[in-house]
Design a protein around this ligand. Sequence first.
Ligand code: NDP
Length: 285
Amino acid sequence: MADRNFRSILTGSFSTPCGDNPTVAMIEAAYRHAGIDARYINCDVKAENLAAAVAGAVAMEWVGFNCSLPHKVAVIKHLDELAQSARIIGAVNCVSIRDGRLIGNNTDGKGFLASLQSVTDPAGKRVLVLGAGGAARAIAVELGLAGAKHLTVTNRDPDKARTIAALVADNTPCGAEVMAWDGEISVAEGTDIVINATSIGLGDAQALPPIRLETLRRGMVVADVIPNPPMTHLLRKAGAQGCTVLDGLGMLVNQGVIGVELWLGRKLDSGVMQRTLQEIFGVSD
Ligand code: NDP
């Protein structure tokens, strides 16, 4: 009895609303599988309570937390240090706490990259990114840092695409340009990887980004960030045309793996996480 330890390692997430965030189920299943006595607490933190929540995590000696909307930029002023890509992206979604010091990371792009690397190495590749929101920004920066040769960013609002292209060109060795997205766009010949980083397809298995499907060619990798439903209309069409497809579940799972590695220095089982999410989303392999 004397040597039993009733104190769990504490991790979690700060966002609002938080009720539909399945990360807690995914990470706690992997903690259990690994026999780690740790908890992941999904906390609803309103914008005006972020400072108190961060101070609370430090006071209770949490080892780290994720933060999602609306805290990804606001949390930065509460941190002591930023990792390279988080600094370039200008947003943090994963904080580790070591000896009371708070270190900000961005795992959105890193999670995508880890998932992409399961099918191809982006180094030297030409990439088309659809969308220019937070996910696109993180993915674009990580691809640039991972040695992608050239990035084309296209977005309904072209100013946001210009901002991301400039960020990549200024901070990584990757060339970057903007393509207008008026009506249906064509994928240029020589493109190796196409990424849908818009929210088109979220919760809608029939939604399709306006793109000329015949320009998706055999041998291309077509990736989607949409986690639910994972097999989007775009991926179904691309797969039917001989492209290698990559769904958004892998990005979500790898973000979990990378976050826990930052907090605990332990690599959790991605298969357990993947199966937990598939069960929640009602999909099979
Ligand atoms: P943002 O709101 O920051 O960006 C949304 C993007 O989608 C913008 O580029 C927006 O264009 C574009 N968009 C939305 N609707 C349309 C439309 N009808 N036509 C053309 N473009 C459209 O969101 P995030 O970047 O944070 O997230 C994007 C998606 O990525 C979400 O669906 C989210 O679920 C998913 N995601 C997945 C993750 C994972 O781990 N799998 C992690 C993070 C996000 P515009 O700028 O012109 O409005």
